[in-house]
Design a protein around this ligand. Sequence first.
Ligand SMILES: Cc1ncc(COP(=O)(O)O)c(C=O)c1O
Length: 359
Amino acid sequence: MISLPDFPWDRLTPYKERALAHPDGIVDLSVGTPVDPVPLVAQKALTEAADSPGYPLTYGTPRLREAAAGWLARRHGVRVDAADILPTIGSKELVAWLPTLLGVRPGEHVLFPELAYPTYDVGARLAGATPYATDGLLALGPERVPLVWVNSPSNPTGRVLPAEHLRKVVDWARERGAVVASDECYLELGWEESPVSILHPDVCGGSHEGLLAVHSLSKRSNLAGYRAGFAAGDPALIKRLLEMRKHAGMMMAAPVQAAMAAVLDDDAHADEQRERYARRRAVLRPALEGAGWRVEHSTAGLYLWATDGRGCWDQVEALAGLGILAAPGDFYGVAGAKHVRIAVTATDERINAAVLRLQ
Ligand SMILES: Cc1ncc(COP(=O)(O)O)c(C=O)c1O
């Protein structure tokens, strides 16, 4: 039997009930789920592709793969052949199944950051492998490692790894034949720093060997409900994943492929969404600081990683008393025991309510 961790969000229920009891209602800043409309460009493309009776391609339409490659080149300075793009049903499923799809074996370690999105750990377990949370690769000694995850900008900390740091990870992995999977779902949400892709020539030296960048349209384009993501990178890895995914039926719905191609071609809606998050962040951050929280990292992404020095559950409780729901830092690793993660994914009206309550 595979042992999976308890679903942590259930532990937040009593605090949610407390926050819901606030006379002006809850401000839920716990989950990073988009609240703004799906861009019209996506809705239109989805509707136009609604009559899709046949099976979609696991590999994605050429139009979709061209759009993804075009977006990477235009926005991130990354040159990828459209042949080396693979659509995924959101990025969470790929994060959860990548170790299995790559053939990671029981007893092997899958590495990911000490503070991390919990699905890297789950993915290791689903493959029967051993999850290993570490920020120090050197501690591993000469052991063979099949897969290393990096995540910049980070969930939960909003930390950005500079090109030079990522390059060291790539060099380390290449020396031992490890695959580096880079979860880049917040790549377009840099505030005080500009995040860089693992596939950028400054990081990988122009070769994508052993590298996979994992992207999501959930945050950039408010498509969390559509389930739209893709992987890009090493042609041999993409081919292997494609073969496995074809057999396993892991294919994105055709209307979603059409919507995803349309949003990847369009930057206007993404810039507009970025502005919304920038505004919310600009009022929420000083309000938290004024109320005694210190915000760390958080130079990119959708979260403020904050502490008032107490245990994370005490902070969750204090905020719930104000009708504000935050995520406890220990959901993301023991190193988060004194932090809370506060998402900027609430409407302007709700963010303003939180600001008033923190005053
Ligand atoms: C770091 C990270 N990776 C992956 C995901 C999954 O996103 P999706 O499955 O919506 O593409 C999330 C969602 O919040 C995330 O924070």
